[in-house]
Design a protein around this ligand. Structure first.
Ligand code: MN
Length: 205
């Protein structure tokens, strides 16, 4: 995907992730928040035609080399667009359960067990101060790792491949869960599309 960036199609209905994520949150999150990231990313790049052939991943991976005047905008809005485009794909109707296949084995091998991994993700999501994300990534060494990014920073900015991630901005959960972030995180596990995570794992190696 290159300039101009557009909101990707959502492959399920707003109520598809009920009761874990409510339809109103999904609609506002997708139509308003994600759209705003796309709009502002395009606006930031408007006067920089030399960057219009770059993919979003390229822009983020080389964030430090971008013109200073638009660097923060690309970091925030470009990161926001990249993160949310993935986030919708990490979830599906009838998701959840324990991962099988290669990603299931890799998680058990790296973290000891699936529940140990889940606990690590939960804790990372819970302790992210303010707004941000908790991620399962493939780092530059080719190892699975759980990390957190602040605001809309993308794992691509540090050369990591995001395999799974959860948005812990209040806009992702406040309507249904108010201040109870951990209840949202625990419910979210029931939406995870492990076959997509498996695909990402295979293409990241
Ligand atoms: Mn969000």
């Amino acid at each position: 995907m290159h300039y101009k960036f557009t909101l990707p199609k959502l492959h399920y209905a707003y109520d598809a992730l009920e009761p874990y994520i409510d339809a109103a949150t999904m609609q506002i999150h997708y139509e308003k928040h994600h759209q705003d990231y796309v709009t502002n990313l395009n606006k930031a790049l408007e006067g920089h035609p030399e960057l219009h052939q770059k993919s979003l991943e390229e822009l983020l991976a080389h964030i430090k080399t971008l013109p200073e005047a638009i660097r923060t905008a690309i970091q925030n809005y470009g990161g926001g667009h990249a993160n949310h485009s993935l986030f919708w794909l990490f979830m599906k109707r009838g998701g959840g359960g324990e991962p099988r296949g290669d990603i299931g084995s890799a998680i058990s091998q790296q973290f000891g067990s699936f529940s140990a991994f889940q606990e690590k993700m939960n804790n990372t999501a819970k302790t992210r101060f303010g707004s941000g994300w908790a991620w399962l990534i493939m780092n530059q060494m080719g190892t699975l790792e759980v990390i957190s990014t602040p605001n809309q920073d993308s794992p691509s900015m540090v050369g990591a491949q995001p395999l799974l991630g959860i948005d812990v901005w209040e806009h992702a959960y406040y309507l249904k869960y108010q201040n109870k972030r951990i209840d949202y995180v625990q419910a979210w596990w029931n939406t995870v599309d492990w076959s997509y995570v498996e695909d990402r794992y295979h293409s990241s190696r």
